[in-house]
Design a protein around this ligand. Structure first.
Ligand code: ME8
Length: 645
């Protein structure tokens, strides 16, 4: 089966950072997984090199746009091998082939009447490079770039996107996997509840020249998004290359939530207008923050993938990113979090299992993984076999759905089981008793075979570690090409040709190491204590927060917000708190309930209402990748104002 999977093409106005690395690593992992399942895979990434943002960045750097984009595109290209990311194709929107394809498509869509010329006046955000609707603004500003958009009136070309609105709604409804996780599908459907406007697809050359000229009017260049999205077609030789015929119908795009609208709305309608089938799936992930703060150049907390890989190693970094983020939700990067995963999951759980097992195989069975005597399996062995079978099934489902964290959870459950299996079966005791040698062989065969199977499923995530494991086990039979389907079959284990050198897979990380996050803060190599690095706080820090019981006397929705409720509380004195819980609770069901609030926060203004405190709630992750807020209700007998300590 063919698989075609793409990352966004990254803007070259900045150097690669953690967010770019994450999307590209998960796409690499998915493509390696599909290869393991026997697919012919094409994995494409690239750079987005036209538009205002790039022209401005080049001018700021004192470069011509051409020299500038060549330089930054090269740093993106050079980053991928450092992360063990192996794309089949790296596209650039300044490639002549891409320019030809964009112009060909523009001509086609123009000729069939889906592009028209008109005047438009609207609010333009330079950061987004598009006009924003009033509804998208928050307190008059672009919510992503926190600047007021400029009023601009100009003549431009427009794509008749509105014409395809009904078709798009129907397509999304008919194809539940078209946009996942479900929260993003719902977001797009909610957006499509309102009439869709046509898309402005040109910029006058009086304002911008760094773009692809419109083939039918040389006074204009192409809007950067219309140009950029087409990369997914150029990269496989649209319209008539053999790769296009093979791969287009199975195209899967991986993006973060920031570029949902262009991918879920502009792109399918563009494809429809071209007479092409839409892509197969759009996988949307959340945002990485750093120490729970938005990553930004001005805060000096941008994480560079190269530094991360150097500091922690490529495989631990890949594992951490895939395991730590629940696909679809935001996650927070911190040195403490990566060190904890490295020590607990990798060095302890997997690393110890591996070194203990290999040491025993080395000592008790002449340095070779013994073959399994299937007739002599006992109930412990069968439990391991069954767990491995279930793991492979879960792993396939979850990897296919991009729920990498769940796939890895399933693998780590087996690792824990195997660690327990060693303790219960105590091979060192069996070794002392001559009558138990057959049992000893079978225990070590189970351990060796299980480790090989673990190496196979870990290969897409940690390719170097998987190869080291197979080599050390002496079971290096190539495990590509449909191997996955037969993985649970013990009769198909490759024989061990004798153990290789027994390696320590993962060193324990010293928490005192200077964390890479702080290193990134220009000129401020903050020295944090071990406690701080591990996220621990002093009792006094906790006690500084005043937690009190509060009774909800009234609740109402906040106008123009689908997230906020205004709560009138007594503690017992009256106070107002604005809480982002409208999607989890109706106002009516809250009246009379008692909750916990943080009572000594500085007042904050939300949608014009002063909020005096914060109601405590738990974020409960749901199966579909979304999450629900659950308030912490307290016993109805408790008096409002009671202090919690
Ligand atoms: O938007 N967390 O390029 P871009 C997770 N050129 N992922 C992040 C992230 C973060 N904090 N920050 C960025 C563009 N990303 C356009 C795309 S596609 C036809 C054109 C990742 O350089 C994530 O994949 O701003 C996000 O969608 C992408 O980088 C945006 O990259």
């Amino acid at each position: 089966m063919p698989t075609y999977v793409t990352t966004p093409i990254y803007y070259v106005n900045a150097q690669p950072h953690l967010g770019h690395a994450y999307t590209t690593i998960i796409t690499d992992t998915y493509s390696r997984f599909r290869r393991l399942a026997g697919d012919q895979v094409r994995f494409q990434t690239g750079t987005d090199e036209h538009g205002e943002k790039i022209a401005e960045a080049a001018a700021k750097a004192g470069d011509s746009p051409r020299d500038y984009v060549d330089r930054i595109a090269a740093t993106f290209k050079a980053t991928w091998p450092l992360l063990n990311v192996r794309p089949d194709h790296i596209i650039r929107t300044t490639d002549s082939e891409h320019i030809r394809t964009v112009q060909h498509i523009l001509d086609q869509v123009h000729q069939q009447g889906d592009i028209y010329f008109s005047e438009y006046a609207g609010l333009y955000c330079r950061g987004c490079e598009r006009f924003l609707t009033d509804k998208e603004l928050v307190e008059g500003k672009c919510p992503d770039h926190l600047v007021e958009p400029e009023p601009i009136a100009e003549q431009n070309y427009f794509f008749r996107m509105s014409k395809y609105q009904d078709w798009l709604i129907e397509h999304i409804k008919q194809n539940p996997e078209f946009i996942t996780p479900e929260r993003y599908r719902n977001e797009v459907l909610a957006f499509l509840d309102e009439p869709l406007e046509d898309l402005c697809i040109s910029r006058p050359t009086s304002r911008l020249t760094w773009g692809i000229p419109l083939p039918f009017d040389s006074n204009f260049v192409t809007y950067v998004w219309f140009d950029a999205l087409i990369n997914y077609l150029t990269g496989i030789g649209y319209p008539d290359g053999p790769l296009f015929a093979k791969y287009w119908s199975v195209a899967e795009h991986v993006i973060a939530k920031d570029i949902l609208k262009p991918h879920a709305i502009y792109w399918p309608t563009m494809l429809k207008s071209m007479g092409l089938a839409p892509f197969k799936r759009l996988h949307v992930h959340g945002y990485w923050n750093v120490d729970a703060t938005k990553m930004s150049k001005s805060l000096g907390n941008v994480i560079r993938p190269r530094e991360l890989a150097e500091e922690y190693g490529v495989d631990p970094m890949r594992y951490f990113l895939l395991r730590e983020m629940s696909f679809g939700l935001d996650a927070s990067f911190s040195s403490a979090a990566i060190i904890t995963r490295q020590n607990a999951d990798l060095a302890n759980d997997l690393g110890n299992l591996f070194s203990r097992s290999l040491t025993m195989i080395g000592k008790y069975t002449q340095g070779r993984v013994p073959s399994l005597d299937i007739a002599a399996l006992d109930s412990d062995d069968r439990e391991v076999q069954e767990a491995l079978h279930n793991m492979v099934a879960t792993y396939e489902i979850e990897m296919n759905a991009f729920r990498f964290h769940k796939a890895l959870q399933a693998v780590w459950e087996v690792i824990s089981l195997l660690n327990r299996y060693i303790v219960t079966n105590a091979p060192w005791e069996l070794a002392k008793d001559v009558s138990k040698q057959e049992r000893l062989h079978n225990v070590l065969a189970i351990l060796g075979g299980s480790l090989w199977m673990l190496a196979v499923v870990l290969k897409p995530v940690m390719p170097e570690t998987a190869a080291k494991m197979a080599k050390a086990l002496g079971m290096e039979e190539p495990f590509d090409a449909a191997e996955l389907a037969q993985l649970g079959d013990w009769a198909r284990l490759p024989p061990s040709s004798g153990l290789g050198e027994v390696l320590q897979l993962f060193p324990r990380m010293d928490k005192k190491k200077e964390p890479v996050v702080e290193k990134a803060v220009a000129g401020k190599p903050a020295k944090k204590s071990i406690e701080e690095q591990s996220g621990l706080i002093e009792l006094a820090q906790f006690q500084a927060v005043e937690l009190r019981v509060a009774q909800i006397n009234a609740a109402q929705r906040v106008k123009k917000s689908d997230r906020l409720l205004k709560l009138s509380l007594s503690t017992p004195e009256k106070r107002t708190v604005v809480a982002g819980i409208a999607q989890s609770y109706s106002p009516e069901e809250l009246i009379g309930k008692k909750v916990v609030i943080a009572a000594n926060l500085k007042p904050a203004k939300l949608m014009g209402i002063v909020s005096e405190g914060m109601v405590l709630a738990a974020k409960e992750p749901l199966e579909d990748g979304s999450e629900r807020l659950r308030l912490l209700f307290v016993d109805p007998d408790m008096s409002p104002g009671s202090k919690i300590s």
